[in-house]
Design a protein. Structure first.
Length: 297
């Protein structure tokens, strides 16, 4: 006969984690309502703003998996023994995720107002925004797992690495924009987000999440050199850059095997083929996870 192996501290840990998630989500709900300038139930239930629903759901999920990952990693007994330090660390995790999203909205996609587009029920905008939010959540957890910061020097390494990897996100996005303009007679990818082409949003989100998983794999396999900033940044560039290249090479090979006679660019960019975009999303996300499974140490 088997018995339930959970102990009292397990239930207490679950309950405490759930309370933290509820508190953060409550703050999030108030912020979303403030930006929408009306009650959330009015926007979601009466106006049927699916785009805002997608964005809000993604934000809740990122909060939940960040809190869950943090408590699982530090062990609940440690959180009880060092409540202030644990609280500060959790707040920093969420703050880095929010800052990454701010960089994405104001710097990487500076020609496209995602918040305004979401309020106008643009599902493509919600997918693009949500993909980057999930990607930033994965990136921040990857940095936390790599460093496990315990002091100012570790936090400095995390901050500089975070900015460096945001540059990688920006470079990846600019290359995708360049490719889009090249095959679409100079059209702007950011301006096309306003046309509410759902398949373009799915593709963008898939590649962004795939890249974040590849970065996580790079950070997971990279050695941490303590407070040596230059060595750590070089390690980040080397490992994450290699995973970035492997992600695209492997993904395009798998797409060629999966869809050998399909013009993916034509189907996604012009035909709004959601099915093809979903396949591309799945390929990039699965290859990213494969890199984590293969290269994590």
């Amino acid at each position: 006969m088997t018995y339930l192996s959970l102990q009292n501290i397990n239930f207490f840990a679950i309950f405490s984690s759930f309370i933290v998630i509820c508190l953060v989500v409550t703050i999030l709900r108030l912020l979303v309502q403030h930006r929408a300038k009306q009650e959330l139930q009015e926007e979601l239930a009466k106006r049927d703003n699916f785009a805002l629903g997608i964005s809000y759901a993604c934000q809740i999920s990122v909060i939940a998996f960040s809190v869950a990952y943090f408590f699982e990693d530090i062990k609940f007994s440690t959180a009880l023994a060092q409540p202030i330090q644990s609280s500060v660390m959790l707040l920093l995790l969420l703050a880095f995720v929010a800052f990454g999203q701010y960089i994405h909205r104001k710097w990487i996609l500076y020609q496209f107002n995602e918040e305004q587009a979401i309020l106008k029920q643009n599902i493509c905008a919600a997918l693009v925004d949500s993909g980057m939010l999930i990607a930033n959540g994965i990136l921040v957890l990857g940095l936390y797992h790599w460093v496990h910061p315990k002091g100012i020097s570790d936090l400095l390494v995390v901050s500089l690495s975070f900015l460096l990897l945001q540059g990688l996100f920006a470079l990846d996005s600019k290359l995708r924009e360049s490719r889009f303009a090249r095959v679409n007679q100079g059209a702007s990818l950011q301006q096309n987000f306003n046309l509410a082409n759902t398949s373009i949003g799915i593709r963008y989100a898939g590649k962004t999440i795939g890249l974040s998983l590849a970065i996580y794999a790079g950070l997971h396999s990279a050695p941490y050199h303590g407070a040596m900033i230059v060595e750590n940044l070089f390690s980040v560039v080397l490992h994450c850059g290699l995973m970035w290249a492997l992600l695209y090479v492997s993904s395009y090979l798998l797409l060629y095997v999966s869809l050998p006679k399909v013009d993916i660019g034509l189907e996604v960019d012009h035909q709004d083929n959601i099915g093809i975009a979903c396949i591309e999303f799945a390929v990039f996300a699965s290859i990213g996870y494969l890199l984590i499974s293969t290269f994590s140490v």
